[in-house]
Design a protein around this ligand. Structure first.
Ligand code: NAG
Ligand code: NAG
Length: 343
C-alpha cells in the first residue's frame, strides 16, 4: 500500500511532503499535467488574442473614422461631385459658380480646371451661388471621366451635357434642353454616357438617358423616376443602378443578358439614394443616402456590406460618396468643402 501523497499549497504550487516513489510519480504526473494544461491555455489565449486583433484590425482599417476637409476657395460652395482622373489625380469637383475645380494637394488647394459657359467671366461669377446668374455662369452638377480618352463629361443645370478634354478650359456642349441633368456615369469601354434627368418634384417625370458618342444621339432608357440623383454602371457593364430618390428605391436597368432593355426594383427600405458610384471592389457600389447622412456599400445582390455614418454631413445633405484608394470623398450641394473619410 502506498502512503498517500499529501500536497500543500495546491493552488499555487504542487509540492508534496512525503517523497516516496508513488508520490514522486504523482508529482511528476501532476506537474506534467499542470504544465501541459498551462501551455494549452496560454497557446489558446494567444490564438484567441491574434484572432481578436486581426478582427479588430480589419474593423478598424475599414471604419472611416478619421475626417478631414478639402476646403474650396473663399465663398465657393456646392461640390456635388468628386471624380478622379486616369492618373488618380483629383478630386475634380463641380461648384455652384460654374467651374470645375481640381484638388492639387494641401499645399496648393483647389485650382481652376474647366468652366461651362462661354459668357462666364471670373469677375462676375467666381464665388457666386446666385441662380439668376446660372445662364451666364453655368451650374455644373455631376461629372465622370471616360478613362480611355481622358475626356471629362459634365452635366449642368442650365447647359445640359458637356465635355472637356484633359487639359480643361471651356467645355463643349453636346446636348441641351433638359429639365435638370442631375447625374452621370461614363462607361469607358463603349464610351456610352448614362445620365439622369431629374424630376424636381415627386411628379415621376425623371428619366434615365443614354448618350452615344458615335451617333451623338440621346435615347430614353427608363422613365417614371422621381427626384434627382446619379446612376452607376456595374463593373461588368451588365446593368445600371438608378436612384429613384423620392420613392426611396434603387432601380436596375439591364444593358446585357436575357433581361436586356428592361428594369426592375433592385433595392428598397434603406432611405433616399442620391448618387451611386462604383466602389473600388469589382461588383460593389457606394450609395449616398441623403437624409440619414450615410454611405452604404452594396453589392450586385443588393446586400448592404457596410454602413458608414457621415456625421459631419448630418445637418447638410450628402450628394455623393466616391471611394478612392482607402478614402471616401463626400460631396454636398450645401458645403464649402469636400469631406474625406479615412481609417
Ligand atoms: C452669350 O452672350 C451673347 C451676347 O449677350 C448671347 O447672344 C449668347 O446667347 C450668350 N451665350 C450663352 C451660351 O449664354
Ligand atoms: C453579396 O454579398 C453576399 C454576402 O456577402 C453574398 O452572399 C452574395 O453572393 C454577394 N453577391 C454578389 C453578386 O456578389
Amino acid at each position: 500500500m502506498h502512503s498517500r501523497c499529501v500536497c500543500f499549497s495546491f493552488y499555487i504550487r504542487r509540492r508534496c511532503i512525503t517523497k516516496n516513489a508513488y508520490c514522486k510519480r504523482q508529482i511528476k504526473k501532476s506537474v506534467f499535467t499542470y504544465n501541459n494544461i498551462t501551455m494549452k491555455t496560454i497557446s489558446l489565449l494567444v490564438v484567441k488574442l491574434i484572432v481578436w486583433f486581426l478582427l479588430l484590425g480589419s474593423v478598424l482599417s475599414n471604419d472611416y473614422k478619421t475626417f478631414k476637409k478639402l476646403v474650396l476657395p473663399p465663398s465657393v460652395t456646392g461640390p456635388e461631385s468628386a471624380a478622379f482622373d486616369r492618373a488618380g489625380e483629383g478630386p475634380y469637383v463641380t461648384v455652384a459658380d460654374g467651374r470645375i475645380l481640381k484638388w492639387k494637394g494641401p499645399a496648393i488647394g483647389f485650382v481652376d480646371f474647366a468652366y461651362i459657359s462661354p459668357n462666364r467671366t471670373k469677375k462676375l461669377c467666381d464665388g457666386t451661388n446666385d441662380l439668376e446668374l446660372g445662364p451666364t455662369c453655368g451650374r455644373p452638377v455631376a461629372l465622370s471621366f471616360n478613362y480611355k480618352t481622358s475626356d471629362l463629361y459634365i452635366t449642368d443645370a442650365f447647359f445640359g451635357l458637356l465635355v472637356v478634354g484633359f487639359n480643361g478650359g471651356l467645355a463643349t456642349q453636346l446636348s441641351g434642353g433638359y429639365k435638370y441633368l442631375s447625374g452621370i456615369d461614363v462607361e469607358s469601354y463603349t464610351g456610352n454616357v448614362y445620365m439622369t434627368d431629374a424630376s424636381l418634384t415627386a411628379d415621376s417625370t425623371g428619366k434615365l438617358l443614354k448618350y452615344d458618342p458615335r451617333t451623338q444621339r440621346v435615347t430614353v432608357l427608363m422613365s417614371g423616376l422621381a427626384g434627382a440623383g446619379g446612376p452607376a454602371v456595374s463593373s461588368d457593364r451588365k446593368y445600371v443602378l438608378v436612384p429613384d430618390f423620392v420613392n426611396k428605391k434603387i432601380q436596375r436597368y439591364w444593358l446585357q443578358g436575357p433581361k436586356r432593355g428592361t428594369n426592375e426594383v433592385f433595392m428598397t427600405n434603406f432611405g433616399s439614394p442620391k448618387n451611386i458610384k462604383r466602389a473600388v471592389n469589382d461588383g460593389e457600389f457606394w450609395v449616398a443616402v441623403e437624409k440619414q447622412a450615410q454611405g452604404l456599400r452594396i453589392n450586385g445582390s443588393a446586400m448592404v456590406l457596410q454602413t458608414v455614418p457621415l456625421t459631419q454631413f448630418s445637418d447638410t445633405t450628402v450628394g455623393v460618396v466616391q471611394e478612392m484608394n482607402d478614402a471616401l470623398y463626400v460631396g454636398s450641394s450645401q458645403t464649402d468643402f469636400v469631406g474625406v473619410y479615412t481609417n
